[in-house]
Design a binder for this molecule. Structure first.
Ligand code: UD1
Ligand code: MG
Length: 492
Protein backbone atom coordinates (compact mmCIF):
# COMPACT_ATOMS: atom_id res chain seq x y z
CA UNK A 1 0.00 0.00 0.00
CA UNK A 2 1.31 3.45 -0.87
CA UNK A 3 1.45 5.52 2.33
CA UNK A 4 -0.68 8.66 2.55
CA UNK A 5 1.03 12.03 2.41
CA UNK A 6 3.08 11.87 5.61
CA UNK A 7 3.90 15.57 5.76
CA UNK A 8 2.47 18.02 8.29
CA UNK A 9 -1.11 19.27 8.20
CA UNK A 10 0.02 22.67 6.95
CA UNK A 11 2.89 25.05 6.41
CA UNK A 12 2.13 28.74 6.94
CA UNK A 13 4.63 31.12 5.31
CA UNK A 14 4.61 34.62 6.83
CA UNK A 15 5.07 37.35 4.24
CA UNK A 16 2.96 40.33 5.28
CA UNK A 17 5.81 42.53 6.55
CA UNK A 18 6.91 45.70 4.80
CA UNK A 19 10.67 45.29 4.44
CA UNK A 20 11.30 49.04 4.39
CA UNK A 21 15.07 48.72 4.82
CA UNK A 22 15.31 47.30 1.31
CA UNK A 23 14.48 50.82 0.02
CA UNK A 24 12.90 49.35 -3.07
CA UNK A 25 9.76 49.58 -5.14
CA UNK A 26 9.98 45.80 -5.40
CA UNK A 27 8.55 44.00 -2.34
CA UNK A 28 11.38 42.59 -0.24
CA UNK A 29 10.52 38.93 -0.69
CA UNK A 30 10.47 39.29 -4.48
CA UNK A 31 14.16 40.21 -4.51
CA UNK A 32 16.21 37.34 -5.91
CA UNK A 33 19.21 35.31 -4.94
CA UNK A 34 20.45 32.36 -6.96
CA UNK A 35 18.00 33.30 -9.72
CA UNK A 36 14.93 32.82 -7.55
CA UNK A 37 12.93 35.20 -5.37
CA UNK A 38 13.33 34.84 -1.62
CA UNK A 39 9.72 33.75 -1.34
CA UNK A 40 10.33 31.27 -4.16
CA UNK A 41 13.05 29.62 -2.06
CA UNK A 42 10.73 29.65 0.97
CA UNK A 43 7.89 28.00 -0.99
CA UNK A 44 10.18 25.27 -2.36
CA UNK A 45 11.43 24.40 1.13
CA UNK A 46 7.83 24.37 2.41
CA UNK A 47 6.65 22.15 -0.46
CA UNK A 48 9.52 19.72 0.00
CA UNK A 49 8.07 18.46 3.30
CA UNK A 50 4.79 17.70 1.50
CA UNK A 51 2.28 19.53 3.69
CA UNK A 52 -1.39 18.77 3.08
CA UNK A 53 -1.99 22.52 2.89
CA UNK A 54 0.26 25.48 2.22
CA UNK A 55 -0.79 29.03 3.07
CA UNK A 56 1.05 32.31 2.68
CA UNK A 57 0.07 35.43 4.62
CA UNK A 58 0.29 38.71 2.70
CA UNK A 59 -0.48 42.38 3.30
CA UNK A 60 2.29 44.77 2.22
CA UNK A 61 2.28 45.11 -1.63
CA UNK A 62 -0.39 42.45 -1.48
CA UNK A 63 -1.19 42.20 -5.20
CA UNK A 64 2.40 41.99 -6.38
CA UNK A 65 3.26 39.33 -3.83
CA UNK A 66 0.05 37.35 -4.39
CA UNK A 67 0.53 37.45 -8.17
CA UNK A 68 4.09 36.18 -7.89
CA UNK A 69 3.09 33.39 -5.50
CA UNK A 70 0.20 32.33 -7.73
CA UNK A 71 2.66 31.92 -10.60
CA UNK A 72 5.19 29.92 -8.59
CA UNK A 73 2.82 27.75 -6.62
CA UNK A 74 -0.79 27.98 -7.85
CA UNK A 75 -2.15 25.70 -5.15
CA UNK A 76 -0.81 27.77 -2.26
CA UNK A 77 -3.62 29.51 -0.34
CA UNK A 78 -3.13 33.27 -0.19
CA UNK A 79 -4.39 34.73 3.09
CA UNK A 80 -4.75 38.45 3.79
CA UNK A 81 -3.69 39.74 7.18
CA UNK A 82 -5.96 42.42 8.64
CA UNK A 83 -4.86 45.64 10.34
CA UNK A 84 -3.94 43.87 13.61
CA UNK A 85 -0.13 43.69 13.52
CA UNK A 86 2.21 40.92 14.57
CA UNK A 87 3.37 37.44 13.71
CA UNK A 88 0.74 35.97 16.04
CA UNK A 89 -2.04 37.68 14.16
CA UNK A 90 -0.56 36.56 10.83
CA UNK A 91 -0.65 32.91 11.92
CA UNK A 92 -4.11 33.34 13.43
CA UNK A 93 -5.68 34.58 10.17
CA UNK A 94 -3.99 31.77 8.24
CA UNK A 95 -5.19 29.15 10.68
CA UNK A 96 -8.74 30.51 10.49
CA UNK A 97 -8.64 30.39 6.69
CA UNK A 98 -7.35 26.81 6.65
CA UNK A 99 -9.75 25.69 9.40
CA UNK A 100 -12.65 27.08 7.37
CA UNK A 101 -12.24 24.16 4.93
CA UNK A 102 -11.65 21.50 7.54
CA UNK A 103 -10.38 21.96 11.09
CA UNK A 104 -6.66 21.20 11.08
CA UNK A 105 -5.27 18.49 13.33
CA UNK A 106 -1.64 17.49 13.78
CA UNK A 107 1.42 19.55 12.97
CA UNK A 108 1.36 23.12 11.69
CA UNK A 109 4.72 24.54 10.57
CA UNK A 110 5.42 28.29 10.42
CA UNK A 111 8.21 29.75 8.26
CA UNK A 112 9.14 33.19 6.86
CA UNK A 113 9.11 34.35 3.25
CA UNK A 114 12.40 36.21 3.73
CA UNK A 115 14.59 33.33 5.00
CA UNK A 116 15.81 31.90 1.69
CA UNK A 117 18.51 29.44 2.75
CA UNK A 118 16.26 27.34 4.99
CA UNK A 119 16.41 23.83 3.57
CA UNK A 120 13.69 21.25 3.31
CA UNK A 121 16.01 18.90 5.18
CA UNK A 122 16.16 21.11 8.28
CA UNK A 123 12.39 21.67 8.18
CA UNK A 124 11.87 17.91 7.98
CA UNK A 125 14.17 17.44 10.97
CA UNK A 126 12.15 20.02 12.93
CA UNK A 127 8.89 18.21 12.15
CA UNK A 128 10.38 14.78 12.90
CA UNK A 129 11.65 15.89 16.34
CA UNK A 130 8.36 17.63 17.10
CA UNK A 131 6.28 14.57 16.28
CA UNK A 132 8.65 11.99 17.81
CA UNK A 133 8.65 13.83 21.16
CA UNK A 134 4.93 14.66 20.97
CA UNK A 135 5.72 18.34 21.61
CA UNK A 136 3.15 21.11 21.77
CA UNK A 137 5.64 23.52 20.21
CA UNK A 138 9.12 22.97 18.75
CA UNK A 139 11.07 26.08 17.83
CA UNK A 140 14.10 26.21 15.56
CA UNK A 141 16.90 28.16 17.24
CA UNK A 142 20.51 29.15 16.62
CA UNK A 143 23.27 30.47 18.85
CA UNK A 144 24.62 33.75 17.47
CA UNK A 145 27.63 35.88 18.45
CA UNK A 146 25.45 38.98 18.13
CA UNK A 147 21.83 38.31 19.03
CA UNK A 148 20.74 41.97 18.86
CA UNK A 149 17.18 42.37 17.58
CA UNK A 150 16.20 38.72 17.87
CA UNK A 151 13.78 37.13 20.31
CA UNK A 152 15.81 35.32 23.00
CA UNK A 153 15.18 31.72 24.01
CA UNK A 154 14.41 31.44 27.73
CA UNK A 155 15.30 28.14 29.37
CA UNK A 156 14.62 26.84 32.89
CA UNK A 157 17.34 25.50 35.21
CA UNK A 158 16.93 22.03 33.74
CA UNK A 159 17.45 23.45 30.25
CA UNK A 160 13.87 23.12 29.03
CA UNK A 161 12.53 25.94 26.89
CA UNK A 162 10.17 28.12 28.91
CA UNK A 163 9.49 30.92 26.48
CA UNK A 164 10.76 33.58 24.09
CA UNK A 165 11.42 37.21 25.00
CA UNK A 166 11.48 39.82 22.24
CA UNK A 167 14.59 42.02 22.21
CA UNK A 168 12.57 45.16 22.87
CA UNK A 169 10.82 43.59 25.86
CA UNK A 170 13.89 41.97 27.41
CA UNK A 171 15.89 42.84 30.52
CA UNK A 172 19.66 43.50 30.43
CA UNK A 173 20.27 40.00 31.76
CA UNK A 174 18.06 38.44 29.05
CA UNK A 175 19.92 40.39 26.40
CA UNK A 176 23.06 38.39 27.25
CA UNK A 177 21.34 35.24 25.97
CA UNK A 178 22.80 34.27 22.59
CA UNK A 179 20.34 31.54 21.67
CA UNK A 180 17.77 33.17 19.38
CA UNK A 181 14.37 32.43 17.91
CA UNK A 182 14.60 31.81 14.15
CA UNK A 183 10.85 32.39 13.77
CA UNK A 184 10.44 28.89 12.37
CA UNK A 185 8.36 26.48 14.40
CA UNK A 186 6.30 23.30 14.46
CA UNK A 187 3.07 23.56 16.48
CA UNK A 188 0.35 21.19 17.44
CA UNK A 189 -2.67 22.66 15.65
CA UNK A 190 -5.03 22.49 18.64
CA UNK A 191 -2.49 24.03 21.03
CA UNK A 192 -1.76 26.81 18.52
CA UNK A 193 -5.44 27.59 17.96
CA UNK A 194 -6.15 27.73 21.68
CA UNK A 195 -3.09 29.82 22.59
CA UNK A 196 -3.54 32.35 19.77
CA UNK A 197 -7.00 33.08 21.18
CA UNK A 198 -5.28 34.28 24.36
CA UNK A 199 -2.40 36.28 22.88
CA UNK A 200 -2.69 40.03 23.52
CA UNK A 201 -0.95 43.10 22.11
CA UNK A 202 0.30 44.06 25.55
CA UNK A 203 4.01 44.52 24.76
CA UNK A 204 6.62 47.07 23.66
CA UNK A 205 5.50 46.94 20.02
CA UNK A 206 1.74 46.67 20.52
CA UNK A 207 1.67 43.54 18.33
CA UNK A 208 0.22 40.07 18.67
CA UNK A 209 3.42 38.06 19.17
CA UNK A 210 3.51 34.48 17.92
CA UNK A 211 6.29 33.97 20.45
CA UNK A 212 3.78 34.28 23.29
CA UNK A 213 2.33 30.91 22.22
CA UNK A 214 5.31 29.10 23.77
CA UNK A 215 4.62 30.34 27.33
CA UNK A 216 0.88 29.75 26.92
CA UNK A 217 1.44 26.21 25.64
CA UNK A 218 3.58 25.41 28.66
CA UNK A 219 1.00 26.83 31.03
CA UNK A 220 -1.55 24.53 29.40
CA UNK A 221 0.74 21.59 30.20
CA UNK A 222 2.30 21.06 26.78
CA UNK A 223 5.90 20.16 26.03
CA UNK A 224 7.90 23.00 24.50
CA UNK A 225 11.31 22.24 23.03
CA UNK A 226 13.91 23.55 20.61
CA UNK A 227 15.89 22.18 17.69
CA UNK A 228 19.20 24.07 17.70
CA UNK A 229 20.87 24.39 14.33
CA UNK A 230 24.61 25.00 13.97
CA UNK A 231 24.02 26.38 10.48
CA UNK A 232 23.07 30.01 11.13
CA UNK A 233 22.66 30.76 7.40
CA UNK A 234 19.56 28.59 7.29
CA UNK A 235 17.71 30.83 9.74
CA UNK A 236 19.01 34.18 8.53
CA UNK A 237 16.65 36.67 6.91
CA UNK A 238 17.48 39.45 4.49
CA UNK A 239 16.31 42.82 5.73
CA UNK A 240 18.48 45.05 3.52
CA UNK A 241 20.54 44.73 0.36
CA UNK A 242 23.76 44.10 2.27
CA UNK A 243 22.23 41.00 3.86
CA UNK A 244 20.69 40.04 0.54
CA UNK A 245 24.11 40.01 -1.12
CA UNK A 246 25.64 38.06 1.77
CA UNK A 247 22.89 35.43 1.56
CA UNK A 248 23.24 35.34 -2.24
CA UNK A 249 26.99 34.72 -1.97
CA UNK A 250 26.50 31.99 0.61
CA UNK A 251 23.78 30.31 -1.46
CA UNK A 252 26.08 30.40 -4.48
CA UNK A 253 28.99 29.01 -2.46
CA UNK A 254 26.76 26.10 -1.45
CA UNK A 255 25.46 25.55 -4.98
CA UNK A 256 28.95 25.58 -6.51
CA UNK A 257 30.27 23.26 -3.82
CA UNK A 258 27.41 20.81 -4.39
CA UNK A 259 28.18 20.71 -8.12
CA UNK A 260 31.88 20.14 -7.48
CA UNK A 261 30.97 17.23 -5.19
CA UNK A 262 28.76 15.93 -8.01
CA UNK A 263 31.72 15.84 -10.41
CA UNK A 264 31.88 19.29 -12.00
CA UNK A 265 35.26 21.04 -12.24
CA UNK A 266 34.97 24.68 -11.16
CA UNK A 267 38.33 26.39 -11.63
CA UNK A 268 37.43 29.52 -9.68
CA UNK A 269 34.41 29.05 -7.37
CA UNK A 270 34.47 32.69 -6.24
CA UNK A 271 33.77 34.04 -9.76
CA UNK A 272 31.41 31.26 -10.82
CA UNK A 273 27.71 31.96 -10.25
CA UNK A 274 25.18 29.18 -10.72
CA UNK A 275 21.44 29.65 -10.28
CA UNK A 276 19.61 27.07 -8.19
CA UNK A 277 17.67 26.01 -11.31
CA UNK A 278 20.74 25.12 -13.46
CA UNK A 279 21.69 21.49 -14.14
CA UNK A 280 25.18 20.18 -14.86
CA UNK A 281 26.55 16.76 -15.79
CA UNK A 282 29.65 15.04 -14.51
CA UNK A 283 32.95 16.18 -16.01
CA UNK A 284 31.68 19.56 -17.07
CA UNK A 285 34.42 22.19 -16.71
CA UNK A 286 33.54 25.76 -15.73
CA UNK A 287 36.33 28.31 -16.26
CA UNK A 288 36.64 31.56 -14.28
CA UNK A 289 34.02 34.28 -14.39
CA UNK A 290 31.18 32.14 -15.68
CA UNK A 291 27.54 32.80 -14.79
CA UNK A 292 24.86 30.21 -15.51
CA UNK A 293 21.25 31.29 -15.13
CA UNK A 294 17.69 30.08 -15.48
CA UNK A 295 17.12 26.71 -17.09
CA UNK A 296 20.68 26.45 -18.44
CA UNK A 297 21.99 22.89 -18.65
CA UNK A 298 25.47 21.71 -19.53
CA UNK A 299 26.15 18.14 -20.66
CA UNK A 300 29.13 15.94 -19.90
CA UNK A 301 32.64 17.03 -20.95
CA UNK A 302 31.52 20.46 -22.11
CA UNK A 303 33.75 23.42 -21.23
CA UNK A 304 32.14 26.78 -20.47
CA UNK A 305 34.10 30.00 -19.94
CA UNK A 306 36.07 31.95 -19.17
CA UNK A 307 33.96 35.11 -19.06
CA UNK A 308 30.69 33.58 -20.18
CA UNK A 309 27.10 34.32 -19.19
CA UNK A 310 24.41 31.86 -20.27
CA UNK A 311 20.69 32.20 -19.51
CA UNK A 312 18.33 29.38 -20.52
CA UNK A 313 20.96 27.81 -22.77
CA UNK A 314 21.35 24.09 -23.41
CA UNK A 315 25.00 23.12 -23.92
CA UNK A 316 25.58 19.71 -25.52
CA UNK A 317 28.09 17.05 -24.61
CA UNK A 318 31.71 18.02 -25.26
CA UNK A 319 30.85 21.49 -26.56
CA UNK A 320 33.06 24.51 -25.85
CA UNK A 321 31.67 27.96 -25.10
CA UNK A 322 34.28 30.68 -24.66
CA UNK A 323 33.71 34.35 -23.74
CA UNK A 324 30.09 34.23 -24.80
CA UNK A 325 26.90 36.01 -23.80
CA UNK A 326 23.95 33.79 -24.64
CA UNK A 327 20.28 33.31 -23.90
CA UNK A 328 17.47 31.06 -25.08
CA UNK A 329 19.78 28.98 -27.27
CA UNK A 330 20.83 25.40 -27.90
CA UNK A 331 24.45 24.44 -28.53
CA UNK A 332 24.84 20.96 -30.00
CA UNK A 333 27.22 18.21 -28.94
CA UNK A 334 30.91 18.95 -29.69
CA UNK A 335 29.98 22.34 -31.14
CA UNK A 336 32.20 25.38 -30.57
CA UNK A 337 31.10 28.90 -29.68
CA UNK A 338 33.23 31.99 -29.13
CA UNK A 339 35.23 33.91 -28.27
CA UNK A 340 33.25 37.17 -28.13
CA UNK A 341 29.97 35.73 -29.34
CA UNK A 342 26.45 36.97 -28.71
CA UNK A 343 23.81 34.25 -28.93
CA UNK A 344 20.32 35.68 -28.86
CA UNK A 345 17.14 33.66 -28.34
CA UNK A 346 16.29 31.02 -30.91
CA UNK A 347 19.85 30.16 -31.86
CA UNK A 348 20.16 26.41 -32.45
CA UNK A 349 23.64 25.19 -33.33
CA UNK A 350 23.94 21.63 -34.57
CA UNK A 351 26.42 18.94 -33.62
CA UNK A 352 30.05 19.92 -34.32
CA UNK A 353 28.89 23.28 -35.64
CA UNK A 354 30.73 26.49 -34.98
CA UNK A 355 29.79 30.07 -34.25
CA UNK A 356 33.09 31.83 -34.01
CA UNK A 357 34.57 35.11 -32.94
CA UNK A 358 32.58 38.35 -33.01
CA UNK A 359 29.34 36.81 -34.17
CA UNK A 360 25.77 37.77 -33.34
CA UNK A 361 23.03 35.23 -33.92
CA UNK A 362 19.27 35.28 -33.40
CA UNK A 363 16.49 32.91 -34.36
CA UNK A 364 18.74 30.79 -36.56
CA UNK A 365 19.01 27.04 -36.99
CA UNK A 366 22.46 25.86 -38.02
CA UNK A 367 22.85 22.26 -39.18
CA UNK A 368 25.40 19.68 -38.19
CA UNK A 369 29.02 20.60 -38.98
CA UNK A 370 28.22 24.03 -40.38
CA UNK A 371 30.60 26.84 -39.52
CA UNK A 372 30.12 30.57 -39.09
CA UNK A 373 33.66 31.24 -38.00
CA UNK A 374 34.35 34.95 -38.09
CA UNK A 375 32.68 38.34 -37.81
CA UNK A 376 29.08 38.36 -38.81
CA UNK A 377 25.38 38.41 -38.12
CA UNK A 378 22.97 35.56 -38.73
CA UNK A 379 19.32 36.22 -37.89
CA UNK A 380 15.99 34.74 -38.98
CA UNK A 381 17.82 32.10 -40.96
CA UNK A 382 18.13 28.40 -41.55
CA UNK A 383 21.48 26.91 -42.56
CA UNK A 384 21.91 23.30 -43.63
CA UNK A 385 24.68 20.84 -42.80
CA UNK A 386 28.42 21.12 -43.56
CA UNK A 387 28.05 24.64 -44.88
CA UNK A 388 30.87 27.14 -44.48
CA UNK A 389 29.83 30.75 -44.11
CA UNK A 390 32.77 33.01 -44.97
CA UNK A 391 34.18 35.82 -42.90
CA UNK A 392 31.98 38.88 -42.42
CA UNK A 393 28.75 37.46 -43.83
CA UNK A 394 25.51 39.23 -42.93
CA UNK A 395 21.89 38.22 -43.20
CA UNK A 396 20.12 41.48 -44.05
CA UNK A 397 16.88 40.33 -42.47
CA UNK A 398 15.20 43.70 -41.91
CA UNK A 399 13.77 45.86 -44.67
CA UNK A 400 12.96 48.68 -42.30
CA UNK A 401 9.49 47.36 -41.63
CA UNK A 402 9.48 43.57 -41.59
CA UNK A 403 11.87 40.73 -40.83
CA UNK A 404 12.52 38.18 -43.59
CA UNK A 405 14.08 34.72 -43.65
CA UNK A 406 17.28 33.54 -45.26
CA UNK A 407 17.47 29.86 -46.16
CA UNK A 408 20.90 28.45 -46.97
CA UNK A 409 21.31 24.79 -47.94
CA UNK A 410 23.89 22.14 -47.08
CA UNK A 411 27.46 22.05 -48.39
CA UNK A 412 27.36 25.75 -49.28
CA UNK A 413 30.56 27.87 -49.38
CA UNK A 414 30.12 31.61 -49.18
CA UNK A 415 32.81 34.16 -49.91
CA UNK A 416 33.92 36.81 -47.46
CA UNK A 417 31.52 39.68 -46.94
CA UNK A 418 28.56 38.03 -48.62
CA UNK A 419 25.30 39.81 -47.78
CA UNK A 420 22.03 37.87 -47.99
CA UNK A 421 19.19 40.28 -48.70
CA UNK A 422 16.23 38.37 -47.25
CA UNK A 423 13.93 36.81 -48.20
CA UNK A 424 16.36 34.72 -50.19
CA UNK A 425 17.23 31.05 -50.65
CA UNK A 426 20.60 29.50 -51.49
CA UNK A 427 20.54 25.91 -52.78
CA UNK A 428 22.71 23.00 -51.66
CA UNK A 429 26.33 23.08 -52.73
CA UNK A 430 26.18 26.65 -54.06
CA UNK A 431 29.11 29.08 -53.81
CA UNK A 432 29.24 32.86 -53.56
CA UNK A 433 32.14 35.13 -54.39
CA UNK A 434 33.72 37.66 -52.06
CA UNK A 435 31.53 40.68 -51.49
CA UNK A 436 28.51 39.14 -53.19
CA UNK A 437 25.18 40.78 -52.43
CA UNK A 438 22.67 37.94 -52.80
CA UNK A 439 19.34 39.54 -53.78
CA UNK A 440 17.95 36.69 -55.84
CA UNK A 441 17.75 32.97 -55.04
CA UNK A 442 20.85 30.96 -55.90
CA UNK A 443 20.17 27.52 -57.42
CA UNK A 444 21.92 24.42 -56.08
CA UNK A 445 25.49 24.20 -57.28
CA UNK A 446 25.62 27.72 -58.79
CA UNK A 447 28.35 30.30 -58.25
CA UNK A 448 26.82 33.65 -57.33
CA UNK A 449 28.86 36.73 -58.10
CA UNK A 450 27.55 40.24 -57.92
CA UNK A 451 30.34 42.13 -59.58
CA UNK A 452 30.52 45.85 -59.50
CA UNK A 453 33.68 46.20 -61.54
CA UNK A 454 36.64 47.79 -59.80
CA UNK A 455 37.77 51.03 -61.45
CA UNK A 456 41.12 52.66 -60.68
CA UNK A 457 41.29 56.38 -61.50
CA UNK A 458 45.01 56.87 -61.57
CA UNK A 459 46.47 60.06 -60.14
CA UNK A 460 43.20 60.89 -58.35
CA UNK A 461 44.75 61.50 -54.94
CA UNK A 462 47.56 63.90 -55.97
CA UNK A 463 45.04 65.77 -58.15
CA UNK A 464 42.25 66.00 -55.57
CA UNK A 465 44.14 66.08 -52.25
CA UNK A 466 47.09 68.30 -53.03
CA UNK A 467 49.41 69.01 -50.13
CA UNK A 468 48.29 65.94 -48.15
CA UNK A 469 50.74 63.34 -46.87
CA UNK A 470 48.99 60.77 -49.08
CA UNK A 471 49.42 62.98 -52.15
CA UNK A 472 53.07 63.56 -51.31
CA UNK A 473 53.82 59.82 -50.97
CA UNK A 474 51.72 58.99 -54.04
CA UNK A 475 53.54 61.56 -56.16
CA UNK A 476 56.91 60.21 -55.06
CA UNK A 477 55.85 56.67 -55.98
CA UNK A 478 54.45 57.81 -59.36
CA UNK A 479 57.64 59.73 -60.15
CA UNK A 480 59.72 56.63 -59.35
CA UNK A 481 57.69 54.35 -61.56
CA UNK A 482 57.94 54.26 -65.32
CA UNK A 483 54.23 53.79 -65.92
CA UNK A 484 52.26 56.55 -67.58
CA UNK A 485 49.11 57.60 -65.67
CA UNK A 486 45.92 56.52 -67.36
CA UNK A 487 42.36 55.49 -66.40
CA UNK A 488 41.76 51.75 -66.36
CA UNK A 489 38.66 49.77 -65.58
CA UNK A 490 38.63 46.12 -64.60
CA UNK A 491 37.04 43.88 -67.18
CA UNK A 492 37.27 46.32 -70.07
C1 UD1 B 1 10.39 37.83 14.81
C2 UD1 B 1 10.19 37.12 16.16
C3 UD1 B 1 11.56 37.03 16.87
C4 UD1 B 1 12.55 36.33 16.00
C5 UD1 B 1 12.64 37.00 14.64
C6 UD1 B 1 13.51 36.17 13.71
C7 UD1 B 1 7.95 37.61 16.90
C8 UD1 B 1 7.12 38.42 17.81
N1 UD1 B 1 9.24 37.83 16.96
O1 UD1 B 1 10.83 39.14 15.13
O2 UD1 B 1 11.41 36.34 18.09
O3 UD1 B 1 13.83 36.31 16.63
O4 UD1 B 1 11.34 37.12 14.03
O5 UD1 B 1 13.70 36.85 12.52
O6 UD1 B 1 7.42 36.77 16.19
N2 UD1 B 1 5.08 39.21 9.52
C9 UD1 B 1 3.77 39.10 9.11
N3 UD1 B 1 2.82 39.88 9.70
C10 UD1 B 1 3.12 40.76 10.70
C11 UD1 B 1 4.45 40.85 11.12
C12 UD1 B 1 5.40 40.08 10.53
O7 UD1 B 1 3.47 38.32 8.20
O8 UD1 B 1 2.21 41.42 11.19
C13 UD1 B 1 6.10 38.40 8.87
C14 UD1 B 1 7.16 39.23 8.17
O9 UD1 B 1 6.84 39.43 6.82
C15 UD1 B 1 8.39 38.35 8.33
C16 UD1 B 1 8.15 37.61 9.63
O10 UD1 B 1 6.76 37.67 9.86
O11 UD1 B 1 8.50 37.41 7.30
C17 UD1 B 1 8.91 38.21 10.80
O12 UD1 B 1 8.56 39.55 10.94
P1 UD1 B 1 9.55 40.59 11.57
O13 UD1 B 1 8.87 41.89 11.69
O14 UD1 B 1 10.84 40.54 10.86
O15 UD1 B 1 9.71 39.98 13.04
P2 UD1 B 1 10.75 40.41 14.10
O16 UD1 B 1 10.18 41.51 14.88
O17 UD1 B 1 12.06 40.57 13.49
MG1 MG C 1 12.90 40.33 11.13
Amino acid sequence: MIPENTGPAAVIVLAAGAGTRMKSRTPKILHEIGGRSMVGHALLAARSIEPRQLAIVVRHERDLVAGHVAELDPSAAIVDQDEVPGTGRAVEVALQALDAKEELTGTVVVTYGDVPLLSGGLLAELVATHERDANAVTVLTAVLDDATGYGRILRGEDGTVTGIREHKDSTDAERLIREVNSGIYAFDAAVLREALGKVTTDNAQGEKYLTDVLGLAREAGGRVAAVVTADRWQVEGANDRVQLAALGAELNRRTVEAWMRAGVTVVDPSTTWIDSSVTLDEDVRLLPNTQLHGSTSVARDAVVGPDTTLTDVEVGEGATVIRTHGSGSTIGPRAAVGPFTYLRPGTVLGEKGKIGAFYETKNVTIGRGSKLSHLGYAGDAEIGEDTNIGCGNITANYDGEKKHRTVIGSGVRTGSNTVFVAPVTVGDGAYSGAGAVIRRDVPAGALALSIAAQRNTEGWVPANRPGSRSAELAQAAINNSSSTPASTEEGK
